[in-house]
Ligand binder design. Structure first.
Ligand code: NAD
Length: 352
């Protein structure tokens, strides 16, 4: 089925409010999840909601939290997300970081202990709207599902990193990816659709290559591989330590609670105006962008800049709506039912 973005937002907002959130919190969660679908990242879209409901009911996700400032030294901030909705904690943390970057030229922000903060590109986009460059390193405290380079079982999660660069008068650069070959949510989406995955992404519980996303949903489960062999693995290690330790958060070791997905994030936010290089940043980025995208394309391809695919998806899905596969849809209805919402009423919201 296909659902229009506005109806999908109302659907998510209804479920999150039924979980005890204020309308403002529920709106933020709904906006953020639907944005992930709109930008083509169904892995981090509304399909996450059933897991959020499970975690909420099990006490691993707390509704209506406010960011706690652990330490404040002007351009250096350490924050605790109190296991609150990452959509809200992320937004509050970036707002603080943006204000400090404007004041001091740069802000270094440690956000520890937020529940799942979703698509990291959203936080770069918040900084881009303020004309600021940002770099984000994230770790994930959840069931370990990514194998280290040379290893054969999951030891960490999909640790994403993200860079946002504003370009005056042109589209920004937004690089935002998991350090695993693909995000776990994309394995879930393939599993829900009954599809197989390309070779080189998964290993089974014996460490053998597999194309079956089911290896991640049966016990003992298999693992995702890091992208780029030792390089992606190395970046995942850097994310784990920068986000999980330098922020005052935790790194993954042992088996964490199955009732939460905790994210820690270290963010650097820089004001190019204050650095005195804003004009050069624009001029050189535009020159390089023109140069690099002029590379003669390989057959059937074209050179794009990071952030371009998401803009194209957003354009298309804002017009056509967001496709929701049958398994995800029934998981969403079941999540609503767990919070006492009638299936018929939820169907009506999605179809309105
Ligand atoms: P992906 O593999 O789709 O890569 C996306 C990045 O690559 C984007 O910057 C995109 O613009 C760029 N890109 C894609 N195709 C391109 C092309 N042809 N040319 C140039 N650039 C191109 O993303 P992913 O690794 O599947 O991650 C998906 C999302 O999952 C991200 O938003 C990430 O932040 C999120 N994530 C979140 C968590 C979490 O714990 N919160 C964990 C992992 C991933």
């Amino acid at each position: 089925m296909t659902v229009q973005a506005e109806a999908l937002r109302r659907f998510v907002q209804t479920v999150v409010e039924a979980g005890g959130s204020t309308p403002t919190e529920a709106r933020s969660v709904a906006h953020n999840l639907v944005e992930a679908n709109l930008t083509g990242h169904d892995s981090h879209g509304v399909g996450m909601l059933p897991r959020y409901v499970d975690n909420l009911l099990a006490g691993g996700l707390q509704a209506n939290q406010t960011l706690r400032v652990v330490s404040d030294h002007g351009s250096l901030l350490t924050l605790d997300g109190n296991a609150g909705y990452g959509q809200v904690m992320g937004e509050q943390a970036m707002a603080l970081g943006i204000a400090r970057a404007r004041q001091h030229g740069v802000a270094v922000l440690g956000l520890a202990n937020a529940h799942h903060i979703g698509r990291i590109g959203a936080w770069a986009e918040q900084c881009l709207d303020a004309g600021l460059v940002s770099i984000h390193f994230v770790n994930v405290i959840s069931e370990p599902i990514v194998a280290p380079f040379g290893g054969s079982d999951g030891r960490f999660v999909t640790n994403p990193m993200c860079v946002g660069i504003p370009v005056a008068g042109a589209d920004p650069i937004v690089l935002d990816f998991a350090t695993s070959r693909i995000a776990m949510g994309k394995v879930r989406v393939a599993h829900n659709k009954g599809e197989t995955l390309a070779p080189g992404i998964l290993i089974d519980d014996q460490g053998q290559p597999s194309t079956d996303p089911g290896v991640m949903f049966r016990e003992p489960h298999g693992a995702l591989l890091p992208f780029g062999e030792h390089k992606g693995y190395g970046l995942a290690v850097a994310c784990e330590i920068l986000a999980g330790a330098l922020t005052g958060g935790i790194t993954l070791h042992g088996r964490p609670s199955p009732h939460a997905i905790i994210n820690n994030m270290l963010s650097f936010i820089v004001d190019p105006e204050r650095l005195g290089t804003a004009a050069r940043l624009t001029q050189e980025t535009r020159a390089f962008a023109d140069w690099v995208t002029a590379s003669p394309p390989m057959p059937g391809q074209r050179v794009q800049l990071p952030g371009e695919p998401e803009r194209a998806w957003r354009c298309q899905r804002n017009m056509d709506g967001v496709p929701i596969d049958a398994a995800t849809w029934s998981q969403l209805l079941a999540a609503g039912a767990r919070l006492g919402l009638e299936e018929t009423a939820l169907r009506q919201i999605a179809q309105a």
